[in-house]
Structure formats: structure tokens, C-alpha cells
Design a protein around this ligand. Sequence first.
Ligand code: BTN
Length: 258
Amino acid sequence: MDLINSFNAPIYEFETIDSTNKYAKIFCTTNPKNGTIIISNEQTNGHGRLGNSWNSSKGKGLYYSIILKKEFKNLKYESLTLFISLGITKLLEDYSINSKIKWPNDILINDKKVCGILCELTSNNNGEFIILGIGINLYHEKNDFPSEIENKATSLKLNTPQPIIRNYFINSLTNYLFKYYNYFISYDFENFLHEYKKKSYLLNKEIKINLNNENINGIVYDFNSEGHLLLKTHDKKIISINSGEVSLRNTYKNNDHK
Ligand code: BTN
């Protein structure tokens, strides 16, 4: 099956590359079309948020970057990854998989990470570009993961009886990205908040969040219309957080705190 780009932009495929995001960033100097896609079957230096590496073994996962032009001055691009992560959970539903979004941009299945999104910005004479790097574990068996993530990572194959045909999957992913990118352009995040909350992994859970090198504990109380996480601290203050590294504490089982 051929790869098709619903954004009507080129697709560049590699067998191996250091990082599709890094390549995309350099490629932005050529003023690529909105929606240009870079895919590799392996990365030798795949990376994630906060300087983490992204396990990118050959043929096991999808390593995908899409270049989006930051062309609408009035849009709040901070919410783009929230739309995109919602789109990815919808894609996984087509494989009968119920996944959850661990704000801001991890996708989990049964508490284990299956997909990570790395959103990077770059600018040059041609304007500003957003690079959305998406890593999805497709075909891993349990022992394909390095021991340090073995208990934290999962793959689609481990969670669905449906066959995952690589190019078909990539085309579906692109279609969902196109659909949710257009939602992002056309609607406020508020319109998707209800759906987002249904897919939230963190809602009502007790978390620790690292903010400017300080750890804050609390319960995820809600998300606001801009997609910020609202944390209720133990002294009952509500803090609005727009980025950060979250880790779970104990699962909070009811809504009594509301
Ligand atoms: C994270 O979980 O922190 C984000 C992981 C993002 C990984 C993808 S794989 C394709 C693209 N190229 C990279 O080097 N990183 C992203």
C-alpha cells in the first residue's frame, strides 16, 4: 500500500536516520509545505521530552515527524498537542484499543506508554514551524523493550488482535492528524474538553509535578478551556499549570475533593 498525505504535502521515508525531528528541523530551512512528513524505520538518536531518549529499534516502532507552519497569528498553538493526542486515541479506537492521555502528551494503554509526542519549534526567514514528532510502539513484544522501560512501555501488538499493517496505519495516523489539525484551526479547545477529560489518565489522580525545579503535590482537579491542568494542592489551592513533568502518586478513587 502506498503512503498518502492528506495534507497534500510530500512524505520523505528513511530506512534509518538519527532523528526524524532533527531532520525536520533542518529541512525547515527549505520552507517545506505545511504537512510535510518525515518517517523512518529506525532512529539512531531518537529523543523525547526533557532530554530523554526514545527507544527507536528497527522495524518495531513508527518514528514520524510532521512539519506544521505556524501561520495563524490568532491561534493558541500550545493546545495543538492536546488536539493531536486526542486524535491519536481515536486512531487507536479503530484497533479496539482504549487508550488514555497522560497530560500533556503521552498516550498510555493500561498504565503503560505506547506513544509519545515531542513538539518542537523552529524559525527562520520563511517563518515559524512546529515539528510534531510522534513515536508509536507498534510491533514490540515484551522482551523487545530495554529492561529499564520493560514495565512502563507497551505496543499496539501487545494490545490488539487486529493486524497492524504499517503503511495502512501510517495513512490512518495522517488522516487523524489532518482531521484534528483542522479542528484545532476551527474550534477552541473548550469544545473538546469534555471528550478530552473522558480520555484523561490523570483526572482525579494524585500527582507530583515538577515546576521550575520544585515539586508540587496535589490532585488533578480538572483541565481548563485552554487545556491547562488544574491541580488542587493539599492546602486546597487550585493551581493552573501549562507544562511540566508529571508523575503519579496514589490513585485517587473518588470525586470527594470536588
Ligand atoms: C516523549 O515521550 O518524550 C516524546 C517522544 C517522541 C519520539 C518521537 S519518534 C519521532 C520523533 N523523532 C524524535 O527524535 N523524537 C520524536
